[in-house]
Write a protein of this length. Structure first.
Length: 299
C-alpha cells in the first residue's frame, strides 16, 4: 500500500518508520523541511506541500494526519479536500476532540477515520494501541497500515461510528490522569512516611508480580532511576490538561461521576499556581472565626 503521512514529529515519524518497515510505500510532508528530509533519508518519498503529496498518491488515496490537534488539522484538511473523493481515506491519528472529528467526517470529501493513538514515542519499537471510529469499509481498507502502526492485529479495533475513536481515546487519557495521580500519592506517602525507602526498589518490586504493576509504574521506576529517588530538580508543575478537561466535561454532560479523574485534573491545575488564593483566604478566615494566628508572607 502507498500511504501519505502529514506531520512528521514525535508520533508521525513513528508512523512513517513502522509503515516502511512493514514493506509499504510512504509519501511524507511536514511544515518542517528538516523533518521531510529526515523521513526521505529513512526511505519515504518527500513532498513539498499538501497538494504535492496528494498528486504523488494518485487514485484511492490513503492519508494519515499526525499534526497537532486543533487548527493544524483543519488547515491540512482545507488544503487536502480539493484533491479528495469518496474512494479516498483520511485518518486523523492525533488527539482531536471527538465532536470536531464528527464535524470533519461530515465535511470531508473522503471517508474519515478518527483514530485515538496510545503508546507515545515508546511505540516506535512496540507499536501503538489504536482506537478507530468511522466507516467499516475504510477501516477494513486501512487494516494493513493499522497492523503495521499498532502492536499488531490485536493492537487496533474499530470502536464504532464517526467520533468513537477519539471519544475512547479521550476517556483513556482521563484514566491516564487518575492512574498517575494514584501512583503519585502512594509514592509521596512512601517518600514522606516513617521508613527510609528506596522508591526505585519499591517500584521495581511492585512491577514484578504486584497487583498494581503497569507501564506507568515502569515509568515511575525509570523516573526514580534517572532522576534520583527524590526526583532531583523535577518541578511540581504539570502541563497539558486538554484531554482530561474534555473527559470531565463529557462526564458532567452524561451525569456520570468521575471524581478521581476530576481530582487529578484539579491537582494539575493547582500545580500551576504557587500562591493559591483559596489557601490564603482559608488562612485569613481561620482568624475571622477563631482568632487563630494569620501566617503572613514576610514571616
Ligand atoms: N506525543 C505523544 O505522546 C502523543 C501525541 N498524540 C497526538 O499526536 C499528535 C501529534 O503529536 P506529536 O507528534 O507529539 O507532535 P509534534 O509536535 O512532535 O509533531 C507535530 C508535527 O506536525 C507538524 N505540523 C504542524 N502543523 C502542520 C501542518 N499544518 N501541516 C504539516 N505539518 C504540520 C509540526 O511541524 P512544526 O514543528 O514545524 O510546527 C511537527 O513536525 C497530536 O495531536 C498529539 O496530541 C497522541 C498520543 C501520544
Ligand atoms: O495522549 C497522550 C498520551 O496518551 C499525550 O501524551 C497527551 O499529550 C497527554 O495529555 P496531556 O497533554 O493532557 O498530558
Amino acid at each position: 500500500m502507498q500511504l501519505g503521512v502529514i506531520g512528521l514529529g514525535r508520533m508521525g515519524r513513528i508512523v512513517v518508520d513502522r509503515v516502511l518497515d512493514a514493506g509499504h510505500e510512504v509519501v511524507a510532508f511536514d511544515l518542517s523541511e528538516e523533518a521531510v528530509a529526515a523521513a526521505a533519508d529513512a526511505g519515504a518519498e518527500p513532498a513539498d506541500s499538501v497538494a504535492d503529496l496528494a498528486d504523488r498518491l494518485g487514485d484511492d488515496k490513503r492519508i494519515w494526519l499526525m499534526v497537532p490537534a486543533g487548527d493544524a488539522v483543519d488547515a491540512t484538511l482545507d488544503d487536502l479536500d480539493p484533491h479528495l473523493d469518496g474512494d479516498d481515506v483520511v485518518v486523523d491519528g492525533g488527539n482531536s476532540h471527538f465532536e470536531k472529528s464528527v464535524r470533519r467526517a461530515e465535511a470531508c470529501s473522503a471517508a474519515y477515520l478518527d483514530c485515538g493513538t496510545s503508546g507515545g514515542p515508546a511505540g516506535a519499537e512496540l507499536g501503538f494501541s489504536l482506537m478507530i471510529g468511522g466507516p467499516q469499509w475504510a477501516y477494513d481498507e486501512m487494516t494493513p497500515v493499522f497492523d503495521a502502526v499498532a502492536t499488531g492485529p490485536a493492537g487496533h479495533d474499530r470502536m464504532g461510528e464517526a467520533g468513537s475513536g477519539h471519544y475512547v481515546k479521550m476517556v483513556h487519557n482521563g484514566v491516564e490522569y487518575a492512574l498517575m495521580q494514584a501512583y503519585g500519592e502512594g509514592f509521596e506517602l512512601l517518600a514522606e512516611g516513617r521508613y527510609d525507602l528506596d522508591l526505585e526498589a519499591v517500584a521495581r518490586t511492585w512491577n514484578n508480580g504486584a497487583v498494581i504493576r503497569s507501564w506507568l509504574l515502569e515509568l515511575c521506576e525509570e523516573a526514580f532511576r534517572e532522576e534520583g529517588t527524590d526526583l532531583g530538580d523535577v518541578d511540581d508543575h504539570i502541563a497539558g490538561g486538554s484531554t482530561g478537561t474534555w473527559t470531565v466535561q463529557e462526564a458532567l454532560e452524561q451525569e456520570v461521576p468521575v471524581p478521581l479523574i476530576y481530582q487529578s485534573l484539579a491537582e494539575r491545575f493547582g500545580s500551576r499556581a504557587d500562591d493559591r488564593f483559596s489557601r490564603r483566604l482559608a488562612n485569613r478566615l481561620r482568624y475571622g472565626f477563631g482568632r487563630h494566628e494569620v501566617a503572613r508572607k514576610d514571616e
